[in-house]
Design a binder for this molecule. Structure first.
Ligand SMILES: Cc1cc2nc3c(=O)[nH]c(=O)nc-3n(C[C@H](O)[C@H](O)[C@H](O)COP(=O)(O)O)c2cc1C
Length: 189
């Protein structure tokens, strides 16, 4: 792993349509996952879960959940759209679904537990990128789908999908995207 001094100044996501979906070696996946759960977490409540989706499971979820739910919600959809929906997760070598799963706590607010899930997503993303992988954080429409949340083991009453971290291999170096003007978002008191 090991990051160069300016890794965080150059870090960039690789769009899913530009990644190849060969498998991610298990040893690398294990490192990324270990980094992913090493995050600030007020009260050490671990208010999140990660579901690792690899191999045949990518296809199963694409066909049984994403495609079926899309068809149910869009009965008029044409074949080209159905083709897209039937292969969403299969664009990646591995997809890490991060589920925000807050617990009851007398002092620590739900908001902080939600933020910690974002930290999990960001650590997974940064770690994968530091290892040279193509990675992107996506929600698309199916992060908000109840069947998907249920399939991933989430509790419909309180859990939410914080994101799907798509992991693949770079086919080319990404272009820089527009970044915020520091003067507009950072100021000293
Ligand atoms: C919570 C969350 C959800 C996102 N969902 C999508 C999405 O559904 N589709 C999309 O094109 N980009 C989505 N993005 C943005 C991508 O990750 C985008 O590629 C990202 O802004 C690249 O930033 P980076 O180069 O700084 O890593 C999402 C970002 C976040 C934080």
């Amino acid at each position: 792993m090991g990051t160069s001094d300016d890794f965080y100044l150059k870090r960039r996501s690789v769009l899913v349509r530009k990644m190849s979906n060969k498998d991610i070696p298990k040893a690398d996946l294990d490192k990324i996952l270990a980094a992913g759960i090493r995050v600030p977490d007020h009260g050490a409540l671990n208010p999140w879960k990660i579901k690792v989706i690899v191999g045949e499971k990518l296809k199963t979820l694409d066909e049984e959940i994403i495609l079926n739910e899309y068809k149910r919600q869009n009965p008029e959809a044409d074949q080209s759209q159905l083709d897209i929906e039937s292969k969403r997760l299969q664009r990646a070598g591995a997809v890490l679904a991060v589920i925000s799963s807050p617990v009851e706590h007398p002092k620590i607010p739900d908001w902080e537990m939600r933020l910690s899930s974002g930290a999990v997503c960001m650590n997974l993303l940064s770690c994968a990128q530091s290892m040279g992988y193509a990675a992107q954080w996506l929600t698309e429409w199916y992060a908000y789908n109840e069947k998907m949340l249920q399939y991933l083991g989430g509790d419909l009453n309180k859990d939410r999908i914080a994101g799907f971290i798509y992991l693949g291999h770079k086919t080319e170096e990404p272009n820089e995207r527009r970044r915020p003007d520091p003067q507009k978002v950072i100021s000293y008191l």
